[in-house]
Design a protein around this ligand. Structure first.
Ligand code: HEC
Length: 412
């Protein structure tokens, strides 16, 4: 075994040494004087030759960063380095003339004068402080990207069951979210006759998610219940990191919805609370939903999140004996347990200040890829927007009733 390792080591060292280009021009080449005046004309001619013969390997900016050439060993030289530019014109002339491995010899392709012109052009790739700055910036950006990779994906999709997560979709393409809830069902004969509630009236929300960058996204949705249209945005403030320097993820979300349904119809004697005649104006139809979401991945497979949520509706029904508040404060809690590579089970419990509402939902999810998830949902509310969930009563599981549904999320 040791012997093999030794041989392997040796082979690696040989390759390493071979890979290091130590291409040195002979002494006498160094002193060869460039007879061409390095003027605009020469640069122009050199540029033309460079772009035709050299840039395919050394890159348009002379950095040797053509992606297809990165597998070469040695790689095409980066002409913007000090190491390259420190050489005399004579050395470079000799190298272009003679060639080395992949780097062809150009003494038969180009005239001496043309080689000198290319060299004047190569000199324009000098490491200016500007390009050094750019390099530094790029370096920073790649290290930033690496840092992002080190963050944890606790909730890998933007929506769990009904709750929004801290997840921000990738900043490309768009997302489609379809949330479907069927009618109330029960384990009795109606379970069969109504086909698990699928025959009954259903609620569905279609939404598009539009990314802005890796911290922000917008959404626009349409819900069947109340013919609601909604627009919203979510902003990721922190993302949990693997090394726990940021121990949790925090996001802020805002969604505004408007019902476009003619109902509720009011009697012509209806009044506002202050006694003035009721008139259904457009702004009465608005609902607002603000959330601050905290999520944390605890173990490889278990994540949880808690949200502080405030729902406001501009129009609140009231009666003499039972007046509802125009707002609801909620603290939804969601948990997700990964069962395998592609499946997970989620639970959402949403305690809130509305008297008749305690939404509890469970979902079994199958995510065939990071771009696609399907969830089967058991829930006690057929509302989907939390503005609606928290302002309508939920059904009671203790009566044996529940609803089925599904969520489909797909990123394109
Ligand atoms: C097929 C790809 C390819 C093309 C085309 C190519 N080169 Fe190169 N060049 C290389 C590689 C690879 C090296 C590194 C060779 C080594 O170090 O062994 C190199 C090295 C050089 C060097 C030596 C740099 C140093 O610091 O030692 C010069 C100068 C050079 N090329 C100029 C040119 C010019 C001018 C052209 C066009 C006329 C050109 N190259 C076209 C691949 C290419």
């Amino acid at each position: 075994m040791k012997k093999y390792l030794l041989v392997l080591n040796f082979v690696l060292i040989v390759f390493y040494v071979k890979g290091q280009s130590n291409w040195v021009a002979p002494e006498e080449a160094k002193t060869k004087i460039n007879p061409i005046h390095a003027d605009e004309n020469s640069i122009k001619k050199g540029e033309k030759i460079y772009k035709t013969l050299c840039s395919s390997c050394h890159g348009a900016t002379g950095k040797g960063d053509v992606p297809a050439m990165q597998a070469l060993n040695p790689k095409p030289t980066n002409f913007t380095t000090e190491k390259f530019q420190k050489q005399t014109d004579g050395e470079i002339f000799w190298k272009i003339s003679e060639g080395h491995g992949i780097m062809a010899s150009y003494k038969n392709t180009l005239s001496e004068e043309e080689i000198w012109d290319v060299i004047t052009y190569l000199r324009t790739f000098k490491t200016s402080s500007e390009s050094a700055e750019k390099d530094a910036k790029r370096e920073k950006e790649t290290s930033k990207k690496k840092a992002v990779k080190k963050t944890i994906e606790d909730f890998p999709f933007t929506v769990l069951i009904n709750a929004k997560t801290t997840h921000i979709m990738e900043p490309k393409g768009f997302g489609l979210v379809i949330q479907h809830r069927f009618g109330i069902t029960k384990f009795d004969e109606t379970f069969v006759t109504n086909f698990m509630g699928l025959d009954l009236g259903a609620n569905v929300r279609f939404a598009f998610e539009i990314p802005v960058n890796d911290k922000m996204q917008f959404e626009i949705g349409r819900t069947r219940y109340g013919k609601f249209y909604d627009i919203g945005g979510k902003y990721l403030i922190f993302k949990q990191t693997k090394d726990n320097t940021t121990p949790l993820s925090i996001a802020f979300s805002e969604n505004i919805s408007i019902t476009t349904e003619k109902t509720p119809t009011f009697s012509e004697y209806a009044t506002f609370e202050n006694g003035s005649k009721f008139e259904y104006l457009w702004y009465h139809r608005l609902y607002f939903d603000s959330q601050i979401i905290l999520s944390k991945n605890f173990t490889k497979s278990f994540s949880a999140q808690i949200t502080g949520e405030f729902v406001w509706r501009n129009l609140t029904p009231y009666s003499d004996d039972d007046t509802e508040q125009p707002y609801v404060i909620a603290i939804p809690v969601s948990m997700r347990l990964k069962l395998g590579l592609i499946s997970a089970i989620s639970l959402e419990v949403m305690p809130n200040t509305h008297k008749e509402t305690l939404p509890i939902s469970i979902a079994y999810e199958v995510a065939s890829s990071g771009n696609h998830v399907f969830q089967v949902v058991i829930t006690n509310t057929d509302k989907i927007l939390t503005q609606n969930i928290f302002t309508r009563p939920t059904i009671d599981y203790l009566d044996g009733e529940f609803m089925l549904g599904f969520n489909l999320i797909r990123y394109f």
